[in-house]
Design a protein around this ligand. Sequence first.
Ligand SMILES: Nc1nc2c(ncn2[C@@H]2O[C@H](COP(=O)(O)OP(=O)(O)OP(=O)(O)O)[C@@H](O)[C@H]2O)c(=O)[nH]1
Ligand SMILES: [Mg+2]
Length: 320
Amino acid sequence: MEIEEKNFKVRDGLAYVFEVMMMKTSLVVPAYNEEKGLPLVVTEYLQWVDEIIIVDDGSTDGTFEAGKKCVNDKVKLFRHEVNSGKVAALRTGVEHSSGDIIVFTDADNTYPARYVPDLVREIEKGADLVLGARLQSRDNIPAFNRLGNNIFSFLATYISCMRIKDSQTGMRAFRRQMFDKLDVKAKGLEFETKMTVRAAKLGYKIVEIPIEYRERVGVSKLNPVKDGARMLTALFSVAYTETSLLSKMMLLPSIAFIFIGVITGFISVYEKVQYGVISHEFYPIFTAFLILVGVQLISLGLIVDYLTKKLDRIEEHLIR
Ligand SMILES: Nc1nc2c(ncn2[C@@H]2O[C@H](COP(=O)(O)OP(=O)(O)OP(=O)(O)O)[C@@H](O)[C@H]2O)c(=O)[nH]1
Ligand SMILES: [Mg+2]
């Protein structure tokens, strides 16, 4: 019985090693007006992946011609006649790819290709989503965008109860089924943040690999204010939709507590500034109490949510 069991494990292990060895990696590169960066990216990544899918997203410069020059038996080029946004380009890329593991990168030469093996290795070891976290040469991210990146990564960490250092990175790897499972509803550059937080909220295993970030080639397509606002909305919409009913029951009263706390706080400040005394003398205490309880309840709700989702994933693995 014991021997049979051991044989079974060895057989299983061999099957796993064989499966991993046979796994193919596809790189998807969305490109919108990236005539300078695209050829550099394709040349650099070619040795690290089995297939490259370029999607020219209705560019008006020479991106399509530059892409055509890169096409060979490993590199395929697709084109959207009209600019349809980064996510549409990524979807087209994934649809036309044949790899088991998909890697995303930008067409602006910012993400060095040498990290691909590290990303793929983590997927093979069991991670669901691997992020290339831009922790080295962060100066190459413009100061305002860096600030936004820190804020969004902090919020993503808080909302998902999982340490996330770079929620917005464009270099990421995952198994192709994961893309369909996550089914991220986004149009523009809020996609990355939404994908990261959704995966974290659903209890998937996220691993971050520290990577260098290079200075961009060509003109940036990111509008810090417009895209930043979309990222913030996306973050809260994922936080709300992916939080279980049980946790929401804790979150909603806590938001009300904080809201009332802020109002009593404002009244206290107004009275002090206007009349020199606070006539509602208990309001400052109410303010501190309501806000503290509210924040504690939110944290507790998020922790409960994290644990329920983690248990769901463990159950899923056991059933498999
Ligand atoms: N913004 C944008 N990018 C697109 C679109 N279609 C494809 N892309 C590609 O998506 C990638 C991300 O755009 P970037 O301008 O690099 O945005 P970013 O990396 O957040 O910002 P930077 O730090 O300035 O590079 C690039 O490779 C674009 O060429 C589109 O419609 N809009
Ligand atoms: Mg970029």
